[in-house]
Design a protein around this ligand. Sequence first.
Ligand code: FE
Length: 262
Amino acid sequence: MVFELFKNEQHVCLMFSDLADEGAGEVVQSNQFLIVQDGNGILLDPGGVMTYNELYIAMSKYFSPKKLKYIFASHADPDIIASLPRWLTGSETKLLISALWSRFVPHFCPRGKAEGRIIAVPDQGTLLPFGSTAFQILPAHFLHSEGNLQFYDPVSRILFSGDMGASILPCDRVAPVTDFAQHLPFMHSFHTRYMVSNKVCRYWVNMVRAIDPEWIVPQHGAPLKGSLVIGQFLDWIESLSCGVDLMTQEMYTPPLGMNVSL
Ligand code: FE
């Protein structure tokens, strides 16, 4: 499924939501994003190896993958960027990723493949000139990864938020959220465990309120659109205890029995 999140004559933002074979629930649903601006193309969080072929074909209808200028990775998880070696072979792209991951991510690739093609983005983020606009690569440290970035497009006013705002849904249920209270059960346990602490959630909320995006679009599940739903999400995550807030000594004790079926 392809969602057209934004389109005008110079600028298109697309979301692909059903490209990875979900393998009867063994693989988490994920979204990939293409932005085309004045004939330049950038892919955001293009996914793992199983997504590569279908994304290559699906995006070809809108932009020649060979001419991709950049791939942006919010962090270095397998569902975000394990397809890196395929994209480095199949296109001219460079990869934008946190400086914390820039020397680790070449481990996805054969020796030498990533040489000169990884751009390390520092902790404070950066502006990224692109066609007639400039994107904002934003800091989102520890949300959830140590070196974590997000991507704001000021033309469409979409904040591509990586794992922040993610919901765990089947791919046929990935449509913009209309009722936040009904949607919350699909977000709650993910954020409670994966987001690192309430402190960093609050810093992030303050930044996002100042940006005032029209959309928050995560890498898993349904987009959040409009001030009502986004306001409800920000109020919720701002007060959520999560990650290290919830760890106790009992969680760091050796197992007493065999807890897996082998
Ligand atoms: Fe992740």
